[in-house]
Design a protein around this ligand. Structure first.
Ligand code: ZN
Ligand code: ZN
Length: 433
């Protein structure tokens, strides 16, 4: 009798062991798939598409996912593609996300698969390039979908693969990206309890990754200030009101927000005026001009505070000049990207185990923004950076993301795929136990 029980217990244990996905299996599957992941990435690189126009890219993605036998939904937020993989064992649902859009940049690298594509941006024909590495993200997530589908019987839970358009921002007059996918019911597809995404970056060498708990990337807002005076002859400024002098004083006064008015020991903030458009001729003082800029903050309270100060300074400095200023906040701001602290600790432990302790860096606060932040607000999330600067080259001096010389070391793509697979499977396995 005891012997039978023992035999039953042993076979149950063996089955349970067989049911687990071993870390070595993930690495082997990722390595076997690497040449195809690279081929997909090069294809996307050679055929980049601007935000909300990722039709070819999303068709390739959908074809791949359907080929794996997944339930695929297309056309979300213009060109978004979502696939659901239901594992053979019970467990929670998680969301893995990649972005697919390229940038209005004319490529000047010398890779054989460089882009010569063009597109339309703000009414002009522009070069288009995957200058932010979203080609790599798309290929990595296609690879993750294939590897995990190959182990679906043993996968404890559900994986929602999200291929998102327009991370860099939708064309003027359109909505797009993560917030639009959320509005179109993204989270209703599988109710994920955790979400994961990664970004390749020039600021780390291949083999390294970085992340931090809590705020990782800034909230970003774009603003427009219209300064209105009264047009007059450039030789008789007293007969009008000069909006150019008022704007110059506004730009100077805005510097005091960060240097004098924000508690910098809590978190940094940035206020940048990036464009001033006004005037047509040397001897005409124009009626009005516009200033365009961005602010970056790391909390909702800091954001509201900076916006209020911006408006107050612009209006009162203009008034002191006899002009008026009107602040307008542009649509579609990105909130702060917050990594869930407990989830980040778990993901970091996985990354240290898989990549080695030295490979996992603690990121500083980053003043760039990322629209995955909208997802981190709704679902506990982890977002990490994956280095793609080749060993031996100094990340501080290589061309940055968004440069026309941005370069992705393809070995870093393998690191990205492995990191995503292990973080996802570790999460599902520990939650299922
Ligand atoms: Zn970018
Ligand atoms: Zn990007």
């Amino acid at each position: 009798m005891n012997r039978i029980l023992l035999a039953v217990a042993l076979s149950v244990t063996t089955l349970a062991a067989r049911a687990q996905i071993a870390p070595g299996e993930l690495d082997a599957a990722a390595a076997a798939l690497q040449p195809r992941v690279i081929a997909w990435r090069r294809d996307f690189h050679q055929h980049p598409e601007l935000a909300n126009r990722e039709t070819r890219t999303s068709a390739r993605v959908a074809e791949h996912l359907r080929g794996l036998g997944l339930e695929v939904r297309t056309g979300m937020a213009y060109t978004g593609v979502v696939a659901v993989l239901k594992g053979g064992r019970p467990g929670p649902a998680i969301l893995l996300r990649a972005d697919m859009d390229a940038l209005p940049v004319t490529e000047h690298t010398d890779v054989p698969f460089r882009s010569t594509a063009t597109g339309e941006f703000r009414g002009r024909t522009v070069g288009v390039m995957h200058a932010c590495g979203h080609d790599a993200h798309t290929a990595i997530l296609m690879g993750a979908a294939e590897v995990l589908t190959g182990m679906r019987e043993r996968l404890p839970g559900t994986v929602l693969f999200v291929f998102q358009p327009a991370e860099e921002g939708a064309p003027e007059g359109e909505r797009g990206g993560a917030p639009l996918m959320l509005d179109e019911g993204l989270l209703g597809i599988a109710q994920p309890e955790a979400a994961f995404a990664l970004h390749v970056g020039s600021s780390l060498n291949t083999g390294q990754v970085s992340l931090r708990p809590g705020p990782l990337m800034a909230g970003s807002d774009f603003f427009r200030i219209v300064v209105t005076g009264r047009q007059t002859h450039g030789s008789r400024p007293w007969s009008g009101v000069d909006p150019i002098v008022a704007a110059a004083q506004i730009v100077n006064s805005l510097q005091a927000i960060v240097s004098r008015q924000i508690d910098l020991t809590k978190a940094p903030a940035v206020v940048t005026v990036g464009a001033i458009n006004g005037g047509v001729r040397h001897n005409i003082i124009p009626d009005s001009l516009e200033m365009l800029g961005t602010i970056r903050t790391f909390s909702e309270s800091a954001r509201e505070d900076v916006i209020a100060r911006l408006g107050r300074i612009a209006e009162s400095v203009a008034a002191a000049n006899g002009a008026t200023a009107k602040l307008e906040m542009m649509p579609a701001p990105n909130p702060v990207l917050e990594n869930d602290p407990a989830l980040t600790e778990r993901a970091a432990a996985t990354l240290r185990r898989v990549l080695g302790g030295d490979a996992v860096r603690t990121s500083s606060l980053l003043t760039v923004a990322e629209d995955f932040a909208h997802i981190t607000r709704r679902v506990p999330s982890v977002y990490w950076w994956v280095g793609v600067t080749p060993p031996g080259r100094d990340p501080a001096t290589v061309p940055d993301n968004h440069s026309d010389h941005f370069y992705v070391d393809e070995d870093g793509i393998a690191v990205g795929l492995r990191s995503l697979l292990h973080v996802a499977v570790d999460y599902l396995s520990t939650r299922a136990n």
